[in-house]
Design a protein around this ligand. Structure first.
Ligand SMILES: C[S@@+](CC[C@H](N)C(=O)[O-])C[C@H]1O[C@@H](n2cnc3c(N)ncnc32)[C@H](O)[C@@H]1O
Length: 199
């Protein structure tokens, strides 16, 4: 289907499955991916930057927002062995792969659910929300994901966002400041910037 993107809710494009291994903060993790999901050939460099700096406590509740095949959620579950991780994505294939990758890595403290933004976690609050935003889905979607984070963070919670500088990272950082009252740039590398808002 020529008009499908990685954020298509029900992708139909068929493609070969791939498998790769990445080491995140000392944890060796395995992933399967397929056509129709974001960065299916390798760990995205923005996601790598996010994972290098994500502060996750051992019993934190974490939301992997726009999880794709699930790399952030799987890694977060390792960093929070006594916590709980929820992975959400609008794309059903991404959610199916994230579920598969949770099993592949024998993660028991996480679940993956299909969700438009925070829909499936209404009323829930998290210590950490991590987002590599779906820039191609449009600024309105990305702004909504930032704005609505305010209602889903616990006191002391952190909202992380990584984006390419040339795709408007600085403006997204400003959006975070407006929505959450604080923002800082925690890392910058290879054309990406990582921001965190602490509430
Ligand atoms: C840039 S990708 C990041 C994927 C993954 N976290 C990673 O770092 O590899 C953004 C993800 O957001 C998802 N997405 C787009 N719009 C969404 C929405 N309204 N609600 C939830 N997820 C959405 C896309 O399907 C995609 O998987």
């Amino acid at each position: 289907m020529p008009n499908e993107h990685y954020f298509t809710p029900e992708p139909t494009a068929a493609g070969k499955r791939r498998e790769f291994t990445v080491t995140v903060r000392g944890h060796r993790l395995r992933f399967v991916t397929e056509a129709g999901v974001f960065s299916r050939r390798r760990l995205d460099p923005g996601t790598r930057l996010l994972l290098a700096h994500l502060e996750v406590g051992e019993d934190d509740r974490v939301l992997d927002l726009g999880c794709g095949y699930g790399v952030v959620g799987v890694a977060a579950a390792r960093l929070a062995p006594r916590g709980v991780v929820t992975l959400v994505d609008i794309n059903s294939r991404a959610v199916a792969l994230a579920e598969e990758n949770l099993r592949l890595n024998e993660v028991e403290n996480a679940r993956a659910v299909q969700s438009d933004g925070y829909e499936a976690v209404a009323g829930e609050r998290f210590d950490v929300i991590a987002l590599n935003p779906p820039i191609r889905a449009g600024l309105a979607v990305v702004h909504r994901l930032i704005e609505e984070s305010a209602g889903h963070l616990r006191p002391g919670g952190r909202f992380y966002l990584v984006a390419r500088t040339r795709q408007g990272a600085l403006r997204l950082g400003e959006k975070m400041r407006k929505a959450l009252g604080h923002v800082e740039e925690t890392a910058k590398r290879g054309g990406f910037r990582l921001y965190v808002s602490r509430v």
